[in-house]
Design a protein around this ligand. Structure first.
Ligand SMILES: Nc1ncnc2c1ncn2[C@@H]1O[C@H](COP(=O)(O)OP(=O)(O)O)[C@@H](O)[C@H]1O
Ligand SMILES: [Mg+2]
Length: 326
């Protein structure tokens, strides 16, 4: 398709000779657009700023989301000038360890896509294999279709997506769910964005066994583990939201906690921090209650002390190494 001609105001609907290729009659199209105004109108900046403020670290993820937002804005601008709309494929994969922010970012992505007019509603439906795949023959298609119906107009987030595919089981119903997903991802991509999430290595294996699925994913985004400093900042952010604070000694204790927790089993990045803070709040409450003769002012009710952190099992040497302690 050739670029639309520049039209002078008032000449938009004047009959124009069709060109040699027999192009359609010209429509009123501007010859330029104000990208900055489109950006401002979309209110995407707010979401991107909020993403930046409320999520610690994740620089590469934030950059990729900025790129996707830019692509969609430029797409809008091209549409306004009558340039070919590519109707970009927006299905994504979010890979990374547990607690690295995948679900949180997917929610924000849904909001961005909505503000840019790519999905009607901007909600997110989060599912795992069990929500899509049935136990018996004939149960999978209705289950998958029901979920797809709920997710239409928004984002379908499939956590640990590789469980859909069980190569060891020839007659696994997961394959049926994948086939239905594939069709919808291709045919209804203007109204549904699918985000597949999970561990990077398992997702890579899953994609190599399911090239049809892989080829429909336009954006592969990797979520790195957080560093110790980032986890501490995340803790402060979470506490601030809940109107709690750390005493200086508690901050030192939490820094030690983060260093130790990382090397213990089931470490889950920011989620482990959230859980640790929940337990610290419980200990603080127990402490305050035991000392209830003391009047509790705001500061006292808000402050987590070092002992609230240090009572964690993380500070206790593993069982078996220390026979003298019961
Ligand atoms: N970068 C971050 N900044 C602040 N909080 C975060 C960040 N990443 C994750 N969290 C918080 O940690 C928890 C786990 O994050 P989540 O998005 O569920 O991780 P995942 O889906 O990768 O397992 C949530 O409460 C989330 O709000
Ligand atoms: Mg998650």
């Amino acid at each position: 398709m050739s670029a639309p001609e520049t039209l002078l105001p008032g000449t938009a609907f004047a009959a124009a000779p069709s060109d040699a290729l027999g192009a359609k009659a010209p429509v009123a199209l501007p010859d330029s657009v104000d990208l900055d105004a489109i950006f401002a109108d979309s209110a995407v900046k707010e979401v991107l700023d909020k993403l930046d403020r409320e999520l610690i670290g994740l620089a590469p993820v934030k950059a990729r989301i900025g790129d996707i937002a830019a692509l969609l804005l430029v797409d809008r601008a091209r549409e306004a000038l009558g340039l070919a709309g590519a109707s970009p494929s927006l299905h994504m994969s979010f890979t990374g360890n547990p607690g690295t922010g995948k679900t949180t970012v997917a929610l924000r992505m849904a909001e961005i896509l909505h503000r840019l007019g790519y999905v009607r509603k901007g909600h997110m439906v989060a599912v795992t294999r069990d929500d899509l795949v049935g136990q018996y023959i004939g149960h999978t298609a209705p289950k998958t279709k029901e979920i797809l119906k709920k997710a239409m107009g928004g984002v379908l987030f499939i956590d640990e997506a590789y469980y859909l595919y069980r190569p060891e089981n020839e007659r696994d119903y997961g394959q049926e769910a994948i086939e239905i997903l594939l069709q919808v991802m291709e045919n209804q991509r203007a109204d549904l964005v699918v985000i597949l999430a999970g561990y990077k290595d398992r997702m890579d294996t899953f994609f190599s066994s399911n090239p049809g699925l892989s080829s429909r994913i336009a954006h592969h985004i990797d979520f790195p583990d957080y560093g110790n400093d980032e986890l501490l900042q995340i803790a402060e952010l979470m506490l601030g939201d809940m109107q709690y604070r750390l005493s200086p000694e508690a901050r030192t204790a939490l820094a030690e906690y983060v260093g130790l927790r990382r090397s213990q089993p089931h470490f889950a990045n920011a989620r482990s921090i959230r859980n640790a803070l929940d337990r610290a709040r419980l200990r603080q409450a127990t402490r305050l209650f035991a000392e209830r003769a003391i009047r509790a002012d705001r500061t006292r009710l808000m402050t987590l002390e070092a002992e609230d952190i240090r009572q964690s099992r993380v500070f206790t040497p593993p069982l078996g190494l220390n026979h003298n302690e019961a």
